[in-house]
Design a protein around this ligand. Structure first.
Ligand SMILES: [Zn+2]
Length: 252
């Protein structure tokens, strides 16, 4: 029972591998004969290639998580959208991956092992930037992209396609909202600092008032602030000319 299941699984895997190999072989042909030209897009625009969506090996950092991130990296100049990879960059927990990526990888692998029709991508696992993308990923050069281009399902629309314009507008609105929020935060911070300074000044004024004291020395009234002795201005009820320090004045 177990061995027959194993044989079936192995055969399915081999068939999948063969299909993958055949599709990968088509990549070379497609590179010599590029993807279909722009349909409705700006004719002057250069159509990106597989390399434009991959990190250059020199740019990959091995001291942080090498999990591949695709979320939010859609290039909607293609239909369907093509993804550009970025590196997770989280703190490595084990085996070059962060805690989150380890979890996603395990969940994705378990699901794919249980059902061949399921791809780990469904579980948010997009592989490692140090490895080739999965065959089903919506990135240029994968078996999926080659097949989709062959069958006309993958189309280059260019920057002036409705979905690309909408995506660019959304991106601009997002950036504007972020800038506004940052400015608001900065203004609130400044207001809080000003309020704090005003409070400190008021406190200092009260303290100064509390610290002053009048003293009769040699028949004259002086105002004392700490150790400083001033003439006392009776009309203004304030310190007048500085006379000297208390020790020397009293001993004089
Ligand atoms: Zn990660």
């Amino acid at each position: 029972m177990f061995s027959s299941q194993l044989t079936a699984a192995s055969a399915a895997f081999q068939a999948m591998e063969a299909e993958n190999r055949a599709l990968r072989a088509r990549i070379a042909e497609l590179e010599a004969d590029p993807l279909p030209p722009a349909t409705g897009g700006a004719s002057t625009e250069t159509i990106p290639t597989e390399a434009d969506y991959r990190l250059r090996p020199a740019d990959i950092r091995l001291d942080v998580c090498v999990g591949r991130t695709l979320k939010g990296n859609e290039d909607k100049r293609w239909s369907p959208a093509i993804y550009r990879e970025t590196q997770c960059g989280g703190k490595i927990e084990e085996d070059g991956l962060c805690t989150r990526c380890l979890k996603k990888a395990a969940k994705g692998a378990a699901a794919a092992a249980a059902d061949a029709a399921v791809t780990p991508t469904y579980y948010g696992w997009s592989g490692r930037v140090t490895e080739e993308p999965f065959r089903w990923q919506h990135m240029l050069g994968t078996a999926w992209a080659v097949h989709a281009a062959q069958t006309g399902k993958l189309k280059w629309l260019g920057s002036d396609s409705a979905s690309a314009i909408k995506a660019a507008e959304k991106e601009a609105a997002k950036a504007a909202a972020k800038a506004a929020k940052a400015a608001e935060k900065e203004a609130a911070k400044e207001a809080a600092a000003a309020a704090k300074a005003a409070k400190a000044a008021a406190k200092a004024a009260i303290k100064a008032e509390a610290n002053r004291e009048l003293m009769l020395i040699g028949g004259r009234i002086y105002m004392i602030k700490g150790r400083e002795l001033y003439e006392y201005d009776t009309t203004l009820d304030a310190a007048g000319t500085f006379v000297g320090f208390l020790d020397s004045a009293t001993t004089a």
